[in-house]
Design a binder for this molecule. Structure first.
Ligand SMILES: O=C(CO)COP(=O)(O)O
Length: 250
């Protein structure tokens, strides 16, 4: 039931943002109290997590990372652990984004290990799943989502420790979105799998939709059953657009 889940509108800044971008965060922080109907989160690049978290402390915008390594520390040049993100002030981390699955060839098993690392560090894991265009066209969407869910979600997932983001790969950064009926089908399927596996906790896990969410389509997408918020890419870089999306829950 949508009413038992508090919506979350999260921004994934991807590889965008310099120290000057703090101005956008500040605009969000100033306006955030006017959006009490949902949780707000920004996931900036790792270089900005500490600065953003310090700025957002005590304010209604959470800060998250975009990826983490599964290990606590060690000889993994260029990687960042969940503990480091937590130490910098993050409270969540995205794992398994399709850009990680594609460009870094991350497997479901690696993503599951990263989600467990997130929990170890006290972070909420935002686990991303989604089908490619070819998979959708060939009628394999639900099968693909089922495999990704089974492989990427750790045992013991709870409403507090897990958020699932359904992001059709073909909808990311393209301006294309699935129909409301297709979103309802995918989110309903994900909900059924979560409840099958995690019982009542699965009922409480938030399922975000991601892929070309904009101010102009947010209300329609957010009104779909089992859509508990959005994971926003490009439109989260500007405070005005991000907040216009959050306004779907005003
Ligand atoms: O990948 C996304 C969020 O993680 C979606 O990106 P866009 O909103 O830019 O399509």
């Amino acid at each position: 039931m949508a009413s038992v889940r508090r919506p979350l509108v999260a921004g994934n800044w991807k590889m965008n943002g310099l120290s000057a971008s703090v101005a956008e965060l500040d605009a969000m922080l100033t306006a955030a109290p006017g959006y009490p109907g949902c949780d707000l989160m920004i996931c900036p690049p790792a270089t900005l997590v500490a600065q953003f978290a310090a700025r957002a402390a005590g304010k209604p915008v959470a800060i998250g990372g975009q990826d983490c390594h599964a290990e606590v520390s060690g000889a993994f040049t260029g990687d960042i652990s969940a503990e480091m993100l937590a130490d910098a002030g993050a409270t969540a981390v995205i794992v398994g984004h399709s850009e990680r699955r594609t460009y870094h060839e991350e497997s479901d098993a690696e993503i599951r290990a990263k989600a467990q690392a997130a929990w170890r560090a006290g972070l909420t894991a935002i686990v991303c799943i989604g089908e490619t265009k070819d998979e959708r066209v060939s009628g394999k969407t639900l099968e693909v989502l089922g495999v990704q869910l089974a492989g990427s979600l750790p045992d013991g997932s709870t409403a507090k420790t897990l958020v699932v983001a359904y992001e059709p790969v073909w909808a990311i950064g393209t301006g294309l979105t699935p129909t409301a009926a297709d979103v309802a089908e995918a989110h309903g399927f994900i909900r059924d799998r979560l409840v099958e596996r995690f019982g009542a906790e699965g009922e409480g896990v938030r399922i975000l939709y991601g892929g070309s969410v904009k101010p102009s389509n947010a209300s329609e997408l957010m009104a779909v059953a089992n859509v508990d918020g959005a994971l926003v890419g490009g439109a989260s870089l500007k405070a005005t657009d991000f907040l216009a999306i959050a306004a779907a829950y005003k």
